[in-house]
Design a protein around this ligand. Structure first.
Ligand code: IVH
Length: 670
C-alpha cells in the first residue's frame, strides 16, 4: 500500500489492523510459546507500523506495540499505595507443617471439604498491574506490601504482558516478574566482559533490572512475568482456578504447571514432582504456593497482619547454604591463569556435597571482601558450579585472615602478568609445570584427542616421574614405563597404549583444538581444518588468509599466527608428525561421523541407563547440540523418567520427542 496517499482515516484503519496482527503474534510468541511466523516477518510488520505512525504521529497511542519501550530516561519511581495490601506468604518446609496448615483451617471452618490450587513459587518480584478501560495503565512493585514503586514504563517492556485487553472494567492483576535463566546468564556474561559486578542470582538481576532508569536497557534484559491473581471491579469469580482461567483468556501468561488439587495428598505429590524436576525449568522456583481454591472460603479465613490464612508456601530444599572458608588456594590452568579457589567446610547443597568453590579472580575477592575463616553464603544455580554469593560479615570473630594474592606463580615461582583492563593474572613461564599439566589434560580430553584412561591422577604421576615432559612424550610411552605406576596393571597399561595408538588417527580438527591455541575452540578448529585441509597449511597461513574464514575474527587469527611463529610450537608439531599423528582433514569420514550435525536436542527427566552428561556426550560426538530450553528450533526432546515442563512445551510446539530406547537407537547407529 502506498502509504503517502493514505487519508487519516485509512491510515487509522491500517494502523489498527497492524496492531491487532502484532498483538496476536506477540501473544503467540511470548505467552503461548507457539510462534506462527518467523522473527523476520514479525519485524517487518512492526516496521510497517512504525513507519505509518511516524507519518501520522497523531495516531500514536501509549498502547501501540511500538510504544513498549520508552526512549526517555526515567527520573525515579514515585511511591504508590496499593489498593489492598500485597501480603507475603507464610512458609513451611515439611509435609508435617503442611498438614498443620490444613488442620488450622479445618478448625476455623470444620464442615467444609477443602480443595486447593498448587502453583510454583516463582523466585522473582511481586508486581501489580492495573488496566483501565482495557489499557495497561500502571505497574507497581510489591515494596513493603502497602506501598510500592511505580515502575510502569519498565514493566511495560515485558512482552508477554498485553498492553490492551478485552475488558473495559478496572482490573488489577498481580504476579511475579522474573528473569529466565538464559537471560540471567546472558546479562552476567556481558557484565563479566565489562568487568562489572555479577548478579548473585536471577532474582537480584530481575530486581536490578526493574529499577533501571533507562527503559531501553530494561527491555534488553528480557524480563518476563507469570500472573496469578486478578481483581475485576464489580465481578468476582468463585475460585482461584477460575481466576487463572480468566487471566489466561484475557491473554496473560499464567504458569502452565499450576494444578487443581482435590486433596492435600495431591498437593504433596505436586511438590514431590516439582522438587525433582525443578532443574528442568527455565526459571527459578523456590517452592510451591498452596492456595485454597474457593474464593468464599478464602474470605472466611481472612488474613493475619502479614499473611493470608488461606495460602502457604511449601519451600523446596535450598540451593543455597552457609559454610566456612577454611583456606584459599590458587589453581594455575593451561593458559597460566591464576584462579583462586575457596576450600570449604563440607556442606550439602541440593543433594551433593560441596567442598570447594571458585572465587574467579583477585578483584572478586576484594569486591566481596572474602577472608579465610569467613562464613559465607554459597549457591548453586542451574547447573553452574557453586559460588560464593556473599560474606556474612556479622559472623566475623576478628580471627579471619585477609588473603594476599600471590605476586608470583605458586607452582613455578615465575612472575605473573595482568594486562591492563583485565582481571586475570597469568604465569609468564612457558614451561610452567601447571601449564604443562593443564595442556596435557586438555590434549587428551574427550573433545580433543580423546585418549581414554589418561586422567588427572595418571597425568600427575607421569609428570612427577618425569616420564612426560611435553605433549609428544605421550607417544613415546611404553609398557615398561606404564606398568609400574600406581593403579596401572598389565591390562590397563595395554589398554592405554592401544588408546594412545588409536588417537594418532583422529581428524586434524581435533588435533588443532587439542593444541590449545588461545581463542581456538572446537568450532573454530573445525572451520580451520575444513578450510586448510591439513595442519601444515594452517601453520603457514597468513593473518589475511585467516581473517577471510568465517568464524575467524582478527583476535583469533592473530593468536593462531602467534602460536605457529613460536619455535617451541613448530618443534612440537614436527615431533607429533614423526610420531605418526594424522595431520589431515578426513572430510568424508567426518561427514559420516556427524549424523546429528545441526540438530538441536533438549533433555528432560531421568534416563535410566545413562547420565545426562553421557547422553550429552553421545549427542555432541555425533555432531548434535544440546540446549536447555525447548523452542520451535529444537529437533528432539529426549524424555526420561518424570519429565519436566519441557515435555509439555515440546507437545505444545509440536516438537518430536524420543523416549530413552528410541534415543539409544538413534545415537548408537553410526
Ligand atoms: S500468591 C496473598 N502465588 O512469593 C497471596 N505468590 O513469599 C500472595 N510468589 O509476595 C501471593 N510465586 O511475590 C503467590 N504462584 C505464586 C507465587 C507467589 C511467587 C511470590 C510473591 C509473594 C511471595 C511471598
Amino acid at each position: 500500500m502506498a502509504a503517502k496517499s493514505l487519508s487519516l482515516k485509512q491510515a487509522a484503519q491500517h494502523i489498527e489492523k497492524l496492531r491487532k496482527e502484532i498483538k496476536y503474534h506477540e501473544k503467540k510468541y511470548y505467552v503461548d510459546n507457539d510462534p506462527q511466523i518467523s522473527d523476520e516477518t514479525f519485524d517487518l510488520i512492526v516496521k510497517e507500523l512504525d513507519k505509518l505512525e511516524k507519518q501520522f504521529p497523531e495516531l500514536i497511542t501509549p498502547e501501540s506495540p511500538t510504544q513498549r519501550v520508552g526512549e526517555q530516561p526515567l527520573e525515579g519511581f514515585p511511591s504508590v499505595e496499593h489498593r489492598t495490601p500485597m501480603l507475603s506468604l507464610d512458609n513451611c518446609y515439611s509435609e508435617e507443617e503442611l498438614k498443620e496448615f490444613e488442620e488450622r483451617i479445618e478448625k476455623i471452618i470444620p464442615a467444609e471439604k477443602i480443595e486447593y490450587v498448587a502453583e510454583l513459587k516463582i523466585d522473582g518480584l511481586g508486581i501489580s498491574v492495573i488496566y483501565r478501560d482495557g489499557k495497561f495503565s500502571q505497574a507497581v512493585t510489591r515494596g513493603d506490601g502497602f506501598r510500592g514503586d511505580d515502575v510502569t514504563l519498565n514493566v511495560k517492556t515485558i512482552r508477554s504482558l498485553p498492553l490492551l485487553i478485552d475488558n473495559t472494567r478496572e482490573i488489577e492483576v498481580r504476579g511475579e516478574a522474573y528473569l529466565p535463566f538464559q537471560s540471567f546468564q546472558k546479562i552476567n556474561h556481558e557484565r563479566s566482559g565489562k568487568g562489572e559486578p555479577l548478579f548473585a542470582n536471577p532474582r537480584n538481576a530481575a530486581a536490578g533490572s526493574l529499577r533501571l532508569l533507562d527503559p531501553e536497557k530494561v527491555a534488553s534484559r528480557n524480563l518476563d512475568a507469570f500472573l496469578y491473581s486478578i481483581f475485576i471491579e464489580g465481578k468476582e469469580e468463585s475460585s482461584q482456578w477460575k481466576n487463572l482461567q480468566i487471566l489466561k483468556e484475557l491473554g496473560f501468561k499464567i504458569n502452565p504447571q499450576s494444578r487443581h488439587c482435590s486433596t492435600l495428598k495431591e498437593v504433596i505429590s505436586f511438590w514431590n514432582e516439582w522438587q525433582e524436576k525443578r532443574e528442568d525449568l527455565d526459571y527459578d522456583a523456590d517452592g510451591i504456593v498452596v492456595k485454597i481454591n474457593s474464593t468464599e472460603l478464602q474470605k472466611n479465613l481472612g488474613s493475619t497482619a502479614k499473611f493470608p490464612r488461606w495460602s502457604i508456601s511449601y519451600k523446596f530444599p535450598a540451593r543455597q547454604a552457609t559454610t566456612k572458608i577454611t583456606n584459599i588456594k590458587i589453581q594455575v590452568g593451561r593458559t597460566g591463569a591464576l584462579t583462586p579457589v575457596a576450600i570449604l567446610k563440607s556442606v550439602k547443597l541440593s543433594g551433593t556435597t560441596i567442598n570447594r568453590s571458585t572465587l574467579h579472580n583477585e578483584d572478586e575477592i576484594k569486591r566481596k571482601d572474602i577472608r579465610i575463616g569467613d562464613t559465607v553464603l554459597i549457591e548453586r544455580s542451574g547447573d553452574v558450579i557453586p559460588k560464593v554469593v556473599s560474606v556474612m560479615k556479622e559472623r566475623r570473630t576478628g580471627k579471619e585472615k585477609k588473603f594476599t594474592f600471590p605476586p608470583i606463580c605458586p607452582v613455578c615461582q615465575s612472575s605473573t602478568f595482568k594486562p591492563e583492563g583485565e582481571v586475570i593474572s597469568r604465569c609468564v613461564n612457558p614451561s610452567c609445570r601447571a601449564k604443562l599439566r593443564g595442556s596435557l589434560l586438555h590434549f587428551v580430553s574427550r573433545r580433543a584427542m580423546n585418549i581414554e584412561g589418561l586422567g588427572d591422577s595418571l597425568v600427575g604421576q607421569l609428570l612427577e616421574k618425569k616420564l612426560v615432559k611435553s605433549i609428544p612424550d605421550i607417544y613415546s610411552l611404553d609398557y615398561e614405563k606404564l606398568v609400574g605406576l600406581e593403579r596401572m596393571g598389565p591390562k590397563s597399561s595395554q589398554n592405554l597404549l592401544e588408546e594412545i595408538e588409536k588417537s594418532k588417527q583422529r581428524d586434524v580438527a581435533r588435533l588443532i583444538y587439542a593444541l590449545g591455541i588461545r581463542y581456538t575452540g572446537e568450532r573454530t578448529a573445525q572451520a580451520l581444518a575444513s578450510h586448510f585441509k591439513n595442519l601444515e597449511s594452517l601453520a603457514s597461513a597468513s593473518l589475511e588468509e585467516l581473517i577471510e574464514i568465517e568464524d575467524v575474527g582478527p583476535k583469533v587469527a592473530e593468536s593462531i599466527v602467534f602460536f605457529f611463529s613460536q619455535p617451541e610450537n613448530t618443534g612440537l608439531m614436527n615431533i607429533l608428525k614423526k610420531s605418526g599423528l594424522n595431520f589431515s582433514y578426513k572430510e568424508e569420514k567426518r561427514e559420516g561421523k556427524r549424523p546429528l550435525g545441526g540438530q538441536l536436542f533438549v533433555l528432560t527427566g531421568k534416563l535410566s541407563s545413562l547420565s545426562r552428561e553421557q547422553a550429552t556426550e553421545m549427542i555432541e560426538d555425533l555432531g548434535g547440540t544440546v540446549t536447555s530450553s525447548v523452542s520451535h528450533k529444537t529437533t528432539y526432546v529426549v524424555t526420561g523418567d518424570s519429565p519436566g515442563s519441557k515435555l509439555d512445551k515440546a507437545k505444545r510446539l509440536g516438537v518430536p520427542t524420543l523416549e530413552e530406547k528410541e534415543f539409544l537407537k538413534l545415537v548408537k547407529k553410526d
